[in-house]
Design a binder for this molecule. Structure first.
Ligand SMILES: [Zn+2]
Length: 333
């Protein structure tokens, strides 16, 4: 069953979609992003099956009934699959899609689904026409866009879809492995995204620089959402030191590096509505959602600092520059 594969290979995606279905809060439009081969197409099919299947097991499709088989073989009457992987998607294809979606469903489930693979590969006309269409979602429809190059997808399409990011299978496998090794939810979540090899995960988790960085990040963000000045002073006072007595500049740069990586993961989680089952991390994400978090500005400041960290020797100055950029970051002040 693909469902089990998804659960073990992309546990975050699995959990996100399971929760949405459990609460009856499935979005009308999803954008699956991530490298090719990270199970997006298979997941799109399983999600389509799950809204159509009449013999569901809990939230997910049975993957065995006639409807499930028809969806799997792309022969189901109310499923449209458009593939941009071989040739550019043209407006005629989108028009046909719209026409079919404006009619009543052909099959008894009454649900219509479209899947657009490699959706970045679409003419401008086709994108715009599609945009109008997804702006007015009708009930009982589900659209799934798949891309490995999200920066080439029309921003207006991205903003209207709920984004689900698929990690490279290695990262997903790292994540399960980290949990099996008994790491805390937050460490497993962070180090599996940071590490390049399985062995590196434990190295990172056991380093005092990483531990300090995560502590700083969580403290800093709690201040950041409540009072930016306090957040600023907090980071300036601590100066990314491993501990209060440390004067080791190399270590401090390491802490800063982990801090910035953690910040990048945070923004990714925020965009993809991911939770990691750690109370302090998840409550920060909730704050971000409630406070109109300016993630674009935040990510810009973080990426610029990451680039500068490689070149710059003066960590205090770098911190000040980052804080200056971040100072415009909360909208409701
Ligand atoms: Zn079924």
């Amino acid at each position: 069953m693909f469902r089990e594969t998804l659960q073990s290979q992309q546990p975050v995606v699995f959990r996100t979609l399971t929760n949405a279905m459990k609460r009856g809060q499935l979005s009308h439009c999803y954008l699956f992003t991530g490298p090719k081969g990270s199970l997006q197409q298979e997941t799109a099919i399983l999600l389509a099956q799950s809204v159509i299947c009449s013999e569901k097991k809990e939230e997910w499709a049975c993957e065995q009934c006639i409807e499930c088989m028809q969806v799997y073989n792309r022969e189901y009457a109310d499923l449209i699959f458009i593939d941009g992987s071989r040739e550019t998607i043209k407006i005629e294809q989108i028009n046909k899609l719209q026409q079919q979606f404006s009619q009543t469903a052909l099959s008894k489930a009454g649900f219509k689904v479209f899947i657009i693979n490699d959706c970045e590969n679409m003419t401008g006309k086709a994108s715009n026409s599609l945009l109008k269409f997804i702006e007015e979602p009708s009930s009982n429809t589900l659209g799934i866009f798949i891309t490995s190059q999200v920066n080439r997808v029309l921003p207006t399409i991205v903003s209207r879809c709920q984004q689900i990011s698929f990690r490279p299978l290695s990262a997903a496998a790292f994540h399960s492995e980290a949990l099996e090794k008994g790491m805390d939810a937050i460490d497993a979540h962070l180090v599996s995204a940071m590490a390049h090899t399985s062995g590196e995960m434990e190295e990172i988790r056991n380093s005092d620089s990483y531990q300090a960085a995560v502590r700083y990040f969580i403290e800093f963000m709690n201040y950041y959402f409540d009072d930016f000045r306090t957040a600023m002073l907090y980071l300036q006072d601590n100066g990314f030191k491993v501990n209060a007595r440390s004067k080791d500049n190399k270590k401090s740069r390491e802490v800063c590096g982990y801090f910035l990586q953690t910040a990048t993961i945070f923004v990714n989680d925020y965009h993809s509505h991911v939770r990691c089952d750690d109370q302090s991390w998840d409550s920060l994400l909730e704050k971000a959602e409630n406070r109109k978090f300016d993630s674009r500005l935040f990510l810009e400041a973080v990426s610029q600092t990451r680039d500068a960290l490689i070149r710059s020797a003066n960590l205090a100055l770098l911190t000040d520059q980052m804080l200056y950029k971040l100072s415009g970051g909360i909208n409701d002040k």
